[in-house]
Ligand binder design. Structure first.
Ligand code: PMP
Ligand code: GLN
Length: 386
């Protein structure tokens, strides 16, 4: 293994899912739903499989899917995209993130991001020979996460190539506020950098969130310098399909596509028409999905509070973060490794998503994208912890 990849062991998701299987625990670690997505989408995939959509699709994705992605961005976020050159389909958001960084960063370039960060960010930045400059998110009054403006300003410098922003944010459940986005946008323009936004949880912002989700690309001056990334995995409960996309100005999408063609070339043919169908579902699908997840969040958060955790607010995503300090825990990694034997539940230590690990040592993340009965059972088991 090349030296620069040696610090990257097995991902925490693989480790914790294996632990769940080995111990027969309820897996609230890795974020994946335990029910299938919309039946219209599943039926469309089955039809496509049986009617000859089984060879290489076009490099940027089938036209129907690119049109559906453009239509979806227009409908929900008011962003106009030309399906002919401003949309590319990828192997999940993960490939889009990797291809964006690999196509935009020279070795030694710097990427400003926020920690805790989704684990593929550090690896993709390292693969490109670039350098990450993480700004630490910290709980503010009321428990919602924020960051220090001075710290963000200081992270920008002459080698900054892009800002990699995840909102709604995994693992904190933070939705970046308009004021925060305005500051990020101003710094991108001041330093003439690109922005890459990971918006895979765009439809999971709860009705009691402090602020709505706003794509950075929709702010003045940002469309021309922003690549917006999303995925069908979360919105349509099909994380195993790995159908994602990047949208943006043609020159950025063309850069991503140049790299993407040598990573995977194209992606699963029969799933593309099915995701096109899903993106076209009525608004009630999207709000119903959000309401369902919000109820699960409330259910799990109540169980965690009952069990003695200090639960942090979650405005969006699949996740809620809990402080283990009231239960006598100090190290989330050790706590999560022992949780299955203590009560038959698996969670993920948040600490592994930080460079400055001390900031997240006492935090663990639970996924609530699970059936009501599973959350109920997990809450029962966790209540035995105290
Ligand atoms: N970004 C974030 C913030 C995520 O939580 C995830 C995955 N769960 C991804 C990217 C990867 O998405 P995909 O499975 O579509 O590659
Ligand atoms: N995105 C999911 C999570 O954060 C899982 C990702 C993965 O398994 N690589 O849990």
């Amino acid at each position: 293994l090349v030296e620069r990849m040696r610090p990257f062991g097995t991902t925490i998701f693989t480790e914790m899912s294996a632990l769940a299987t080995r111990t027969g625990s309820i897996n609230l670690g890795q974020g994946f739903p335990d029910t299938d997505g919309p039946p219209e989408m599943l039926a469309a995939a089955a039809r496509a499989l049986q009617t000859g959509a089984n060879q290489y699709p076009p490099l940027p994705g089938i036209p129907a899917l690119r049109e559906a992605i453009a239509g979806h961005e227009q409908r929900f976020w008011g962003l106009e995209r030309d399906p002919g050159g401003e949309v590319v389909v990828t192997a999940g958001a993960t490939e889009a993130i990797a291809a964006a960084i690999l196509s935009l960063c020279e070795p030694g370039d710097e990427v400003v991001t926020f920690e805790p960060y989704y684990d593929s960010y550090a690896a993709s930045i390292t693969l490109a020979g670039a350098v990450r400059r993480p700004v630490t998110l910290r709980p503010g009054p009321g428990g919602r996460y924020g960051f220090d403006e001075g710290e963000l300003r200081a992270a920008f410098g002459p080698r900054t190539r892009l800002v990699l922003l995840n909102s709604p944010h995994n693992p904190t459940g933070k939705v970046f506020t308009r004021a925060e986005l305005d500051l990020i946008a101003a710094l991108c323009q001041e330093h003439d950098t690109y922005a890459v936004t990971d918006e895979v949880y765009e439809h999971l912002v709860f009705t009691d969130a402090a602020e709505p989700h706003v794509p950075l690309a929709s702010l003045p001056g940002m469309r021309e310098r922003t690549l917006r990334i999303s995925s069908a995995g979360k919105t349509f409960s099909c994380t195993g399909w790995k159908v994602g996309w990047a949208t943006g100005p043609a020159r950025l999408v063309s850069a991503v596509t140049r790299v993407k063609q040598f990573l995977t070339f194209v992606n699963a043919g029969p799933l593309q028409p099915a995701v096109a169908v899903a993106l076209g579902l009525g608004d009630d699908y999207f709000t119903g999905f959000r309401d369902e997840l919000q109820a699960r969040r409330d259910h799990l958060a109540a169980g965690l509070t009952e069990a003695g955790f200090a639960v942090q607010p979650s405005d969006g995503t699949y996740f809620v973060t809990a402080d283990i300090t009231p239960l006598g825990g100090t190290d989330g990694i050790e706590f999560c490794r022992r949780l299955p034997e203590r009560c038959g539940v698996v969670a993920v230590p948040t600490q592994v998503f930080y460079d400055h690990q001390a900031a997240g040592r006492h935090l663990i993340r639970f996924a609530f994208c699970k059936r009501e009965s599973v959350i109920d059972e997990a809450a029962q088991r966790l209540s035995k912890l105290g």
